[in-house]
Design a protein around this ligand. Sequence first.
Ligand SMILES: O=C(O)COP(=O)(O)O
Ligand SMILES: [Mg+2]
Length: 226
Amino acid sequence: MSKTFSPELIMIDVDGTLVDSVPDLSWCLDETLKKVGLPPRGEAAARKWVGNGVIRIVERGIANDLDAPHDEAIFKDAMPIFRELYAENTSKRSKLYPGVREGVDYLKSTGIKIGCITNKDEQFTHPILKDLGLWNDFEIVISGDTLEKKKPDPLPLLHGAKMLGVKPENSLMLGDSTSDVKAARAAGFEIICMSYGYNHGDDIRDSNPDAVIDSMTELRDMIKPR
Ligand SMILES: O=C(O)COP(=O)(O)O
Ligand SMILES: [Mg+2]
């Protein structure tokens, strides 16, 4: 028997959890890099660079590395180009992962409150959720620039719980990356991760979430209303 959870609130991550957003992010990053005289890095590289917001993915693309320093002058030119391209391409190539619609519908049927939490900026989060048919499913949407801090800081999770009147210890996060695990632990939330997400190329099991699942359809057996 797998472990079961009975939270009153579930905060759900976007990139790598609900949405495979890399095809659009990677296309925009490569087009941006070409415009500033750098080579495209390809989708496999971009897949490792998602998860810390749009600024970091552009910086990483310029540096062609997850952590190495980037050229600041190139970044200043590149960032507005990326923003303009991504505004037009938030959901042209991005798709919900299999099982997401069923998983969200199941959670809604339990009466558990559900919110959305992402490090993606609001200007991109709102259209992606609308375009992929998830906009009306959440009681709250917290983006990377909604508050002064983003994941792995616990602030967005704590804010979500407070706004919805639920204690952090009765709350759970559904995510895909080590930032999600860190934010959840610091906030006092339980954390379940998707095995298929991004997590910078590392296995999310190494971050010791409370559970790892391959599809949101598994939530039916795992999440039980109180
Ligand atoms: O890196 C981003 O822009 C967003 O990533 P997240 O939805 O997984 O937080
Ligand atoms: Mg994610």
